[in-house]
Design a protein around this ligand. Structure first.
Ligand SMILES: [Zn+2]
Ligand SMILES: [Zn+2]
Ligand SMILES: [Zn+2]
Length: 199
């Protein structure tokens, strides 16, 4: 009988690639195991400690590193566990049955790709960007945009998910994000905007 293997998977925060590895039951019970990304910058570790494993996982979602304690039973048997990033509550790591982990990792990779695509997608059909621009025009129309250098005149530079207000006199910039509903809400409750420029 082939020795049973358990799988580990996470997304490398450095290079963005999925990192997948399998370890035998024997190796898992004997000592701490590590799984290093091909790029060499990140490593997941699982260290046995009594009835639990201490897991340290680099997080491809928020770029940080998270620690979790998972019961040895879940690590060594059953379909497995998924660990969520506490910052975003999105899954960032899977441990368990090889087939299940492979499947979950593919889904995780697709979800992160989509998130990235949305972040760099053109603003043309972005409702939020459209709303933010019209809000900025309203604020500008009532002379609500000024610079600490004294200028009242500013230009706008539109990026994928933000607008830069640029002082025409001193060149200082104020970045206004235009990616989420919160960005729009924040802007709508501001009567004036001030660019931090020269004195
Ligand atoms: Zn990497
Ligand atoms: Zn995270
Ligand atoms: Zn200025």
């Amino acid at each position: 009988m082939a020795e049973e293997k358990r799988a580990f998977g996470y997304i490398c925060p450095k290079c963005g690639k999925p990192v997948y590895g399998e370890r035998t039951h024997f190796a898992l019970c004997a000592a701490a195991v590590g799984l290093v990304c091909d790029c060499g910058y990140s490593e997941l570790t699982a260290e046995p400690s009594g009835n639990t494993y201490r897991i340290t996982v680099p997080c491809g979602v928020c770029g940080g590193e998270h620690r979790a304690e998972v019961s040895a039973k879940q690590i060594l048997s059953g379909s497995g566990v998924g660990l969520a990033c506490p910052e975003s509550r999105q899954m960032c790591c899977y441990i368990g049955d090889t087939g299940q982990v492979q499947k979950a990792m593919r889904e995780l990779e697709i979800a992160l790709e989509k998130k990235k695509e949305n972040a760099d997608s053109a603003f043309i059909d972005n409702v939020i960007m459209y709303e933010v621009l019209s809000e900025l025009k309203d604020i500008a129309a009532r002379d609500g945009i000024s610079c600490t250098c004294g200028a009242k005149n500013c230009g706008m530079e539109v990026h994928g998910s933000a607008v830069d207000l640029i002082c025409r006199q001193c060149g200082a910039r104020l970045r206004v994000s235009a990616a989420t509903d919160e960005d729009l809400d924040r802007l709508c409750c501001q009567y004036t905007l001030t660019i931090r420029g020269g004195m």
